[in-house]
Design a binder for this molecule. Structure first.
Ligand code: G6P
Length: 793
């Protein structure tokens, strides 16, 4: 019981809770026992009643049958004697039946129903005078009759006596029937004894069960909640796991998590105020965006959804897709609430939305709304696989894969942009001055479509991939339409300044517009668009790693990971990528091969674990890439591997963040060798994970992240020798240099985290001044809010 677990010394409050808990528990047990006992008693009594009744009827029927047989056999003896007038024989017969067990006697009546010959002392044995015979006996019918009660209960059976066809009298046999009642009484007594036993047993079992499975778990949960409320983040008490209390435990966990988050944020805020540090946190972003947006609601549009539902076996699983965009945007939406509109791509997505195609995310404690948009298979093939990923993706990434532009893909791209625009307009409904953050190259046409229908909306598009030079972009047959679509936005964001420069130069070549280089703005048709860099980042948590037990322990943990792959290695490299040709994975493997060639002492000691999530697998180029990656890993392994070691472990499947984190924390180095990358968040995730200030980042010159993470070993991934030398340098680097480099990089990521990115973007969006014409149009726009956007718009 609660009271017995806690002592008054532990805490006044808890003691009170304990005592109250104990009294409540007792009352609860008592009520439970009482209701159980009453129910069982009632059932037992009803059951016993039916049993006694059935038993009585059975016994009575037995007695009647026995009496009838006896009376009829006596009738056959009496009738000839009566005919012969042998009264002496009749008397002897009557007297002879006076001392049988349970048979009290026999009586012979004359035709008037008067007793003529009667077993001596019959009345005494019966304990009462025998009753008058029923007249029907003299009409020829046998008569069974119970009379008297208690110890004098008796039964008579009478039959007529015939002489020459005439009824001249009657014969009756009398039995003692008191034994039936006695047996009934015994039956009732047994029943009550059983009921009593059951009551005692049920009472005892209930007390034990209630104590073990209700009171103890509740007391445990009370203690757990108390510990957490008192500030012990990891309560030594365990949460109850009993089935019945699981929903309660789940809710309590959510409650405590929220409490902990709130407390951590408050502490962080207080700390920041103390140190005048200008760090951005989730809480700070939440407060900031509320003030900056002045009540305007936030809408995010992206192709990839943050949460996908997929059918696995018989159940539905929620999966967080591998996407830098999702990694970055998810914490922002959680901080700012709002609505995220995305393609419902999971095969169980339709089963998990409401009638408006919406669901709260995370599903068990929603913080924002996800609105899913459905695409047909053909739309997906042409808009997503085709135009976005076979056209724009290789167009913007200089990775020497030729873009493919097909007219039907372009047509689908326009149609899908219009479809998303309609969904967004629907969601914005009558929201005044909404703030829209469009994400990425899938929606170049969306800003213009939205601005046309809702001039009062502040529209920003963030381009998560590089923007190439004008010559490269110029090969797109629809470059003009794409740029015009983008210039519908009030603000366009890129990761780095050089992408902004490339964008403005592309406009300069492709369109009639006014470019103001000094403030990075473009005016077209009277509408002004600002172009600015916003380097995206990750959620940096100060103490995201288990405190390490020092270098030696880290070393053995690394060895344990390698051993898990039946590979004994002292040094571990890690790479985490979607299997995409822009990521330079075969180039990375060749760098590793060269390193082992140049430094044979590391053969048998260094292993690179490559986590590669298959991506866009409908596209041939991606299928070829996967085959290439596998073949390169296989070739290099064949060349160097020994019985218990190989240079490359390829894990070709999607891993979630929690699964990746231990690899980040234990690796000696992380290899990011993108041939071209907007930012690359793996580089920043690795840095954020290294609270031990160990580990070296080897980073491609062509990833946006290299502009900020200057303390990484910056390499040209096409230069195999340079990659090999960087690996060697990283492994040989002094602990001091490692720490200094990592410390500086952590400062950068911590300072410029995802919340600062979002705050800068939202801040810039909120500063957009809607011109007077746009303001005037906003009233009209409201009434048109449900207007449909056509693809040709
Ligand atoms: C890049 C793009 C994102 C995209 C992600 C994953 O980070 O910028 O827009 O979501 O890759 O690609 P996927 O095609 O699977 O969404």
């Amino acid at each position: 019981m609660a009271g017995s677990l806690l002592t008054p010394a532990a805490s006044g409050n808890v003691w009170v809770v304990g005592v109250l808990g104990s009294e409540t528990g007792m009352r609860m047990s008592f009520r439970l026992i009482l209701s159980l006992v009453l129910t069982v008693t009632l059932i037992s009594v009803i059951f016993a009643f039916y049993q006694v009744r059935t038993y009585t009827l059975g016994r009575q029927s037995d007695l009647e049958k026995r009496a009838q047989v006896l009376a009829e056999s006596l009738q056959e003896t009496v009738e000839p004697l009566w005919t012969q007038g042998a009264r002496g024989s009749l008397r002897r017969l009557v007297e002879r039946f006076g001392n049988r067990e349970r048979l009290d006697g026999v009586a012979i009546y004359d035709a008037q129903g008067r007793p003529d010959l009667v077993t001596p002392n019959l009345a005494t044995r019966l304990g009462l005078e025998p009753p008058q015979l029923n007249r029907r006996v003299f009409e020829g019918v046998g008569w069974s009759h119970f009379f008297g009660s208690g110890r004098n209960a008796a039964h008579l059976y009478a039959v007529p006596i015939h002489v020459g066809g005439t009824i001249v009298g009657a014969l009756a046999v009398f039995h003692d029937a008191s034994y039936i009642e006695e047996q009934n009484t015994q039956l009732w007594r047994d029943t009550f004894a059983h009921v009593l036993m059951q009551m005692l047993l049920i009472g005892a079992i209930t007390v034990v069960v209630v104590r073990w499975s209700v009171e103890r778990p509740i007391a445990r949960m009370t203690q757990w909640l108390h510990d957490l409320r008192a500030g012990a983040m990891d309560s030594p008490t365990e949460l109850p796991t009993e089935q019945v209390l699981r929903p309660l435990a789940r809710e309590a966990t959510h409650l405590v998590t929220s409490l902990q988050v709130a407390r951590a944020s408050a502490e962080e805020e207080a700390r920041l105020r103390e140190t005048a540090d200008s760090l951005w946190t989730r809480e700070r972003l939440r407060v900031y965006q509320e003030a900056a947006l002045e009540g305007s609601r936030l809408f995010v549009v992206s192709n990839r959804e943050p949460l996908m539902h997929v059918q696995r076996g018989g159940s539905i699983e929620a999966v967080s897709p591998a996407s830098g965009l999702v990694t970055a945007m998810e914490p922002v939406l959680r901080a700012c609430a709002g609505t995220w509109i995305a393609h419902g791509a999971g095969n169980a997505d339709r089963q998990t939305v409401d009638a408006e195609d919406r669901l709260g995310v995370p599903p068990d404690a929603p913080e924002y709304t996800l609105r899913r948009v459905w695409l047909t298979q053909l739309e997906e093939e042409r808009y997503y696989d085709g135009f976005a990923n076979e056209g724009l993706w290789p167009l913007c990434h200089i990775a020497h894969t030729r873009p493919i532009f097909r007219a039907e893909d372009w047509e689908a791209y326009q149609r899908v942009n219009a479809k998303f625009a309609n969904a967004l307009l629907e969601e914005m409904g009558d929201v005044e001055h909404p703030t829209v953050l469009v994400q990425d190259y899938h929606f170049a046409l969306l800003p213009r479509l939205i601005k046309q229908s809702r001039p009062d909306a502040r529209v920003t598009i963030f381009w998560h991939i590089p923007w190439p030079n004008p010559e490269a972009f110029g090969i797109c047959p629809w470059q003009r339409e794409l740029i015009e679509g983008l210039l519908g936005a009030d603000l366009i964001g890129f990761h780095i300044q050089s992408h902004c420069n490339n964008f403005l130069e592309t406009i300069d070549r492709a369109l009639e517009s006014r470019i103001e280089w000094e403030r990075f703005a473009v005016t077209m048709g009277g509408h002004v668009t600002s172009v600015r860099p916003f380097p995206i980042s990750v959620d940096f948590k100060e103490n995201n790693a288990e405190p390490s037990n020092g270098y030696l322990s880290l070393r053995s943990e690394r060895a344990a990971i390698a051993k898990g792959f039946d590979c004994h290695a002292d040094y571990l490299g890690i790479g985490v990528d979607r299997l995409d040709y822009t990521k330079g994975i075969p180039e990375r493997f060749r760098g590793i091969e060269r390193f082992l060639e140049k430094h044979p002492s590391y053969q048998g000691r260094f292993t690179h674990v490559q986590i590669g999530a298959p991506s866009r697998t409908q596209i041939h180029r991606y299928q070829d890439l996967i085959a290439d990656v596998e073949a390169e890993a296989e070739r290099i392994n064949q060349r160097f591997q020994t019985r218990h070691w190989k240079p490359i472990v390829l894990l070709k499947e999607h891993h979630n963040h929690d699964q990746i984190e231990p690899y980040y924390r234990m690796a000696d180095l992380c290899l990011v060798t993108s041939l071209h990358d907007g930012m690359n968040l793996v580089a920043k995730e690795f840095v954020a994970a290294r609270s031990d200030e160990e580990g070296v980042l080897i980073l491609s010159l062509f990833a946006g992240a290299s502009r900020e993470l200057e303390d990484a070993l910056i390499v040209n991934p096409y230069d195999t020798d340079q990659v090999a030398d960087a690996i060697y340098y990283a492994l040989e680097m002094s602990p001091k240099e490692k720490r200094e480099r990592m410390r500086r990089m952590r400062r950068v990521v911590k300072h410029y985290n995802i919340y600062r990115w979002a705050a800068n973007l939202i801040g810039a969006a909120s500063e957009i001044r809607l011109d007077p014409v746009q303001r005037a149009q906003s009233a009209v726009a409201h009434s048109n809010a449900s207007a449909t956007v056509r693809p040709s718009a």
